[in-house]
Ligand binder design. Structure first.
Ligand SMILES: C[S@@+](CC[C@H](N)C(=O)[O-])C[C@H]1O[C@@H](n2cnc3c(N)ncnc32)[C@H](O)[C@@H]1O
Length: 265
């Protein structure tokens, strides 16, 4: 009787709790404001990838605001083609103290004369103090803007950088195009590239080349996962969720997109 109860009721609970604890230990919290951030879906997609991790190095060729990699532990490589962003992440790791009270004058000067400033400062201003964390957009501290009324967005940007600083210890950051990135053998690669038919990043992105690169990496023995709305038919969708996103840069109207996680085997 006791054995039956244990097998059918307690044992499944023990197994699920142990699995959650094991995966949970690999997950920590926090986020940096970033265009295309995966922070809000991290909890759902991470366990699906972490179960394939074993001791593999976690590699993100499109690391952006580190909103996935900061929740993973162990050996990690975060790369991005934006050298200003990588410079900011490296400086934060070295203990750089973010500028606390970013003023509109400083923002405008950095925008007009980026060459006058070190790369990490340009990234700090253009990512953490622009609307939607979008390079080239307006200053979040513009008091005439209704969107920011009553919100301490300057303080948020600063505190965001401080939180990120704590969360990115131990990650190896590399400035690289994804195609040139050297990846250790038998890694787990999570790709969060610029999505097809969306805008916001500086460089053009060839999606056909990208999908082929993923196939090649999987054939080399890596586990390859990709966040996108759509993928070619030979990629398997392993997770999907409908999410609201603004219809355009300045719009308050939302559209529903089906966020997906793909795997190539
Ligand atoms: C959607 S964002 C990543 C967001 C990140 N996963 C997060 O949650 O914060 C995509 C990133 O890809 C980078 N990127 C664009 N083209 C690239 C390329 N050819 N090689 C490497 N990175 C690239 C962009 O600079 C951007 O940081």
């Amino acid at each position: 009787m006791f054995l039956n109860n244990f097998l059918y009721t307690l044992l499944p609970v023990v197994i699920v709790k142990t699995a959650c604890l094991t995966l949970g230990r690999q997950i920590t919290r926090n986020n940096m404001k970033y265009l295309g951030s995966k922070n809000r879906i991290a909890k759902e997609i991470l366990p699906l990838m972490l179960k394939h991790r074993n001791n593999k190095t976690w590699v993100e060729p499109f690391v952006g605001g580190c909103n996935i990699i900061n929740k993973v532990k162990g050996d990690r490589i975060g790369a991005d083609s934006n050298e200003y962003l990588i410079s900011l992440l490296k400086e934060l790791q070295k203990g750089w103290k973010p500028i606390k009270d970013v003023t509109k004058d400083l923002f405008n000067d950095v925008r007009k004369n980026p060459d006058k400033y070190e790369k990490h400062i340009v990234a700090y201003i253009e990512i953490l103090f622009t609307f939607g964390a979008t390079w080239g957009r307006g200053f979040v501290g513009n008091v005439n803007d209704k969107v920011c009324k009553g919100r301490d967005r300057i303080g948020e940007g600063y505190r965001n950088a401080l939180k990120t600083q704590k969360e990115i210890k131990g990650i190896k950051f590399i400035h690289s195009n994804y195609q040139d990135l050297e990846i250790p053998e038998n890694s787990l690669i999570y790709c969060d590239p610029p999505y097809e038919n969306t805008t916001g990043y500086k460089d053009d992105f060839n999606h056909l080349d990208f999908w082929q690169w993923c196939r090649n990496k999987a054939k080399e023995g890596h586990k390859v996962f990709i966040s996108e709305y759509n993928a070619p038919g030979d990629f398997k969708c392993i997770w999907e969720k409908e999410l609201k996103t603004p219809i355009s840069k300045n719009s308050k109207v939302n559209k529903i997109n089906s966020e997906k996680l793909f795997m190539y085997e």
